[in-house]
Design a binder for this molecule. Structure first.
Ligand code: AMP
Ligand code: MG
Length: 388
């Protein structure tokens, strides 16, 4: 058995980062920018008024000025402004020649074509300097997962097509005679495939393109057939059938199909039977069947693999240090990922940690990571957590 961090290293060694593709800006949010992009213009492309008011050469309380024209956003005033003159100006309008300051409209009294600057006059010129936000040629660095804020910046830079990493195609294969799909009517000895859908959702959230394959039954022929349907995938994920029971056929069948196995077991709870390797052009990840184990392995192994495929680097799931709200007992010899809830008093680890309890996992928003043989911990002690 290898450690979690050793398993992650071996997984990262199997990852091939995916190539880039171009998508329209409207489809780029959440995607991973594949290479730096460059501003195509200066912003603002002219000195612009930051307020509605009057553009003047100088301003002081008591000054009377004659309004000689108007400058609006999208339509500049083409003349120039001299001493004793003002131009009515609106937010976003180009600042006319000669104008050094914009007096906001609240600070003047207007009478016909004349304005009087009142003693309310504030400081500041209310002008956004030319190129103040960014200049043509400035770049947005890659890789990064594009946020809505990034999208607004790219739009302002006049980048309409965005180079992003292709979404990894992930085939999800559930295995087991006992499984039926949600919505079907299970027989008396059957249960609903559940973690399959949790993993599907996690893959969507990570920016992958998951595909649900039919459930493989517990026979070599069935598993072979379903694995054969996964041939266009970048990553093939099997769920269940990965331990050593008579009906756990994934290792055998994948081996027959040529899996170069990188490892089979990881010293962790929950999730010991975890398998990976290369299967033809694809990478394969065999997850345990227990619902909680599968989801925990999804966060701890699958998510970092997807991020690495997207070019975001080979990094484990991010951890934070937080205080315990309640004491926890000593850990055994395997790294333990305990379901927990974050609160203002700190992290509360749930009493029930059985790896079949999806209700507990559903109530959790973090996993407390216990190193092997970690001693008992008191309330207030810092522990490492992974948010889920
Ligand atoms: P296995 O690794 O196939 O022995 O499965 C371990 C446990 O997980 C068994 O109780 C299975 O019924 C259950 N299980 C396997 N696959 C799934 C699945 N996709 N959804 C829910 N439970 C599963
Ligand atoms: Mg099974």
């Amino acid at each position: 058995m290898i450690s979690v961090s050793e398993a992650l290293d071996r997984l990262f060694a199997l990852v091939t980062p995916l190539e880039a593709e171009e998508v329209p800006l409207q489809q780029a949010a959440g995607r991973v920018l594949a290479r730096p992009v460059t501003a195509q213009r200066d912003q603002p492309p002219f000195a612009a008024s930051a307020m509605d008011g009057y553009g003047v050469t100088e301003a002081a309380p008591g000054m009377r000025l004659r309004v000689i024209g108007e400058a609006a956003a999208g339509e500049r005033f083409t003349g120039s402004v001299g001493p004793g003159e003002a131009v009515r100006i609106f937010t976003g309008a180009p600042v006319p020649d000669g104008v050094k300051t914009v007096v906001i409209q609240e600070d003047v009294d207007r009478n016909g074509d004349e304005i009087l600057i009142t003693d309310r006059l504030g400081n500041g010129d209310n002008i956004r300097p030319y190129g103040n936000d960014f200049r043509a040629g400035e770049t947005v660095s890659a890789p990064r997962r594009l946020t809505p804020q990034d999208i607004a910046l790219l739009a302002a830079m006049n980048i309409a097509q965005v180079p992003v990493a292709r979404r990894p195609k992930v085939a999800l294969i559930s295995t087991g005679d006992e499984l039926v799909m949600p919505g079907e009517t299970p027989g008396p000895d059957q249960i609903i495939a559940s973690n399959t859908f949790g993993l599907y959702a996690l893959l969507q959230e990570l920016g992958a393109e998951p595909r649900l394959l039919p459930i493989a039954r517990d026979s070599e022929a069935s598993l072979q057939t379903v694995l054969g349907l996964a041939d266009d995938a970048d990553l093939v994920i099997t769920i269940g059938g990965a331990s050593v029971g008579d009906r756990d056929l994934v290792a055998k069948v994948a081996g027959d199909l040529g899996l170069e196995r990188a490892f089979h077991k990881v010293a962790m709870r929950p999730g010991k039977p975890l398998m990976s390797g290369r299967l033809g052009d694809a990478m394969m990840l065999g997850l345990p069947g227990n619902p909680v184990s599968a989801m925990v392995c999804g966060h701890i192994f699958m998510a970092p693999v997807i991020r690495a495929m997207l070019g975001l680097g080979s990094e484990p799931a991010p951890r934070e240090s937080l205080p315990l709200a309640r004491a926890i007992p000593a850990n055994g010899p395997r790294e333990h990922y305990m379901r927990a809830r974050l609160g203002t008093a700190g992290v509360s680890v749930f009493e029930r940690q059985d790896s079949s309890l999806l209700s507990v996992l559903g109530a959790a928003d973090a996993l407390v990571v216990r190193p092997p043989n970690d001693p008992a911990r008191a309330a207030g002690e810092l522990v490492e957590i992974v948010r889920i």
